[in-house]
Design a protein around this ligand. Structure first.
Ligand SMILES: Cc1cc2nc3c(=O)[nH]c(=O)nc-3n(C[C@H](O)[C@H](O)[C@H](O)COP(=O)(O)O)c2cc1C
Length: 207
């Protein structure tokens, strides 16, 4: 776990291997666009991060990371200017819904800055309030996690919210929605013939 006050950028500079990854003073030399391209090479799942309260809100997030099993901790990084940032700080609770392969439209909705806000933000999306947090849990997802806010760390233009896991649930079946190279992909199971050769796999992506 990162110590309080240590930034993601500082850690990245410390671990830099190549001369063009950082300037002599340790600041990142890459532009935000280059960084986005580089970071986007790391394939992730996609979640919808939610907070309850008077005005429930949701935000697509792929920065979700499991941190610790005992105690049970997760983290998510949220940009300072997102509505979710203020919501988590005031509610001190949040939930994470892990999207399934068929939920690209949900991911797109909660990443769209022009989406309606307040109760209308969830129009057309099936959800129920989490029993322990009141945060919306999106229906038909692969998994959901309810969290209490355990710590907030500085993460440059994001805050790193560490959540103490209160409750979880998961689906018995279903494939994952993925994000890679700036595009949505569906994880599809590979089937193998009797010699172990793949007969199907990878498949669908969309910009
Ligand atoms: C696949 C994907 C993953 C994202 N992950 C994050 C994330 O982890 N943290 C974050 O702050 N924004 C993330 N975003 C961007 C936010 O979803 C988007 O900017 C959202 O509109 C922010 O909420 P706001 O409209 O209330 O500002 C992601 C967007 C996409 C498409």
């Amino acid at each position: 776990m990162r110590g309080a006050g240590t930034t993601v950028a500082a850690d990245a500079a410390e671990g830099a291997q190549t001369p063009d990854a950082a300037d002599a003073d340790g600041t990142a030399a890459a532009t935000p666009a280059e960084l986005r391209g580089c970071f986007g090479m790391f394939a992730t799942g996609i979640t919808v991060l939610t907070a309850g309260g008077e005005s429930p809100c949701g935000m697509t997030a792929n920065s979700f990371t499991s941190v610790s099993l005992d105690p049970a901790l997760v983290l998510v990084c949220v940009q300072h200017d997102a509505v979710m940032h203020k919501a988590i700080l005031s509610e001190e609770k949040f939930a994470i819904s892990v999207l399934a392969a068929h939920q690209e439209a949900v991911a797109r909705r909660f990443a769209d800055r022009t989406r309606p806000r307040g109760r209308r933000e969830f129009e057309g999306v099936r959800w129920r309030p989490g029993a322990l947090t009141g945060a919306p849990l999106v229906a038909d997802t692969l998994a959901w996690i309810e969290c209490g806010l355990a710590a907030v760390h500085d993460g440059g233009d994001h805050s790193i919210f560490v959540g103490s896991v209160l409750d979880t649930g998961r689906a018995e079946a279903g494939d994952a929605l993925l994000f890679f190279r700036g595009k949505y992909h569906r994880l599809e199971p590979q089937s193998h013939d009797r010699d172990g050769a793949a007969t199907r796999g990878g498949a669908g992506d969309s910009a």
